[in-house]
Design a protein around this ligand. Structure first.
Ligand code: ZN
Length: 345
């Protein structure tokens, strides 16, 4: 047991300790799908036509901390451009360094953030007969979009059929050539399907402005942090509860209504939020946390819930609007320092 662990069950329990991980939270960012030109200005050297093309295509914005197939594709493309990095789907320090080196070489703003201008220089136009890491990037993305192709770096005739099928499904010109529009569609700036748990979790991981705690307020168990809960969900596993909780060491599926709600607090309502617990931590035995239905939020727009100016009332209202039926915060017992939003059982 962890004697210092504080409990935060709705209507009971004591004050929750502040999570310590969110010191970096104040740094904001763009929501997925929002205009990215501020972070990634088109190069003044780019031809006007290329600039117009880059602006018209909905590229995703990737930055440090992102994970998943978009990052895997990015890494393949960086390798194709001569950057020696591991392809592991994690946008860490090495990837940031490779992005900056590529941006410098292309006379782009070397901020390590991959937006329209950087994608425009990074993603080559590919067609049948192409080979190499850039083809692997396309194959990785085609697979993630349900087109069964091997990731072997070789564009054979069968792949052209899959590219055309993808283009038709996306209402793109089905020419079997991967240019900027097809790349952007493959990279999927589109919102995740609402019923797809893993896709929602990936979208959460790729959305800047949602910070997921990597520690617990009152005990040490890396496997059940909010961040690990979402990573496990993105990888198709249940989220793990904490060993000292009322429902110890169990894998729990996260509810898609809760995941949608969490994503939309950022993408629809615009709040920068930090999540302190999902199914981890220590809650009452009947808590909706253990059903994968509840979120605890401890920072909003860089302010700690309970501090002056933290818009916790607005976030609580947004949670209700997104379908949460158990919403607690400052003024409610045990919730002076965090907002609890839970969806119905
Ligand atoms: Zn809670």
């Amino acid at each position: 047991m962890f004697p210092t662990l504080t409990r935060h069950r709705p209507g009971a329990g004591r004050l929750v300790a502040a999570a310590l991980t969110v010191a970096t939270l104040a740094g904001g960012g763009l929501a997925a799908g929002s205009p990215a030109t501020a972070a990634d200005p088109a190069s003044p050297q780019a031809a006007p036509a290329a600039r117009a093309e880059a602006a018209a295509v909905a590229w995703p914005v990737l930055r440090a901390g992102a994970r998943g197939t978009q990052v895997t594709a990015l890494q393949h493309l960086l390798v194709a451009r001569g950057q020696a990095i591991a392809v592991d789907g994690v946008f860490g320090r090495a990837t940031t360094g490779a992005v900056k080196a590529f941006q410098r070489a292309q006379r782009l703003t070397a901020d390590g953030v991959v937006g329209p201008a950087t994608w425009g220089k990074l993603a080559p136009t590919l067609r049948q007969g192409a080979r190499g890491p850039a083809v692997r990037a396309a194959q990785t993305l085609l697979r993630a979009r349900g087109q069964s192709v091997p990731v072997d770096g070789v564009w054979a005739a069968a792949m052209t059929t899959k590219v055309k099928a993808f283009q038709r499904a996306q209402r793109l010109t089905a020419d079997g050539v991967i240019g900027p529009r097809t790349w952007a569609a493959l990279l999927g700036a589109k919102p995740a399907p609402a019923g797809d748990r893993a896709a929602l979790a990936r979208a959460i991981l790729n959305t800047s402005g949602i910070t997921l705690a990597t520690v617990h307020p009152g005990g040490r168990h890396p496997g059940s942090t909010a961040k690990q809960n979402i990573i496990d969900t993105a990888n198709g596993r249940g989220a793990l509860t904490s060993p000292w909780s009322d429902v110890p060491n169990r894998r729990v599926p996260l509810d898609t209504r809760m995941l949608n709600g969490l994503l939309k607090l950022r993408t629809q309502h615009g709040y920068r939020i930090a999540v302190s617990e999902l199914v981890g931590g220590d809650h009452g035995s009947t808590s909706r946390h253990y059903k994968g239905l509840a979120i605890d939020i401890n920072y909003i727009n860089g302010r700690h819930v309970g501090d002056r100016g933290a818009p916790h009332r607005a976030v609580m209202s947004a949670c209700r609007g997104l379908g949460a039926t158990e919403v607690l915060g400052p003024g409610d017992r045990g919730h002076s320092r965090h907002v609890h939003c839970a969806w119905p059982r």
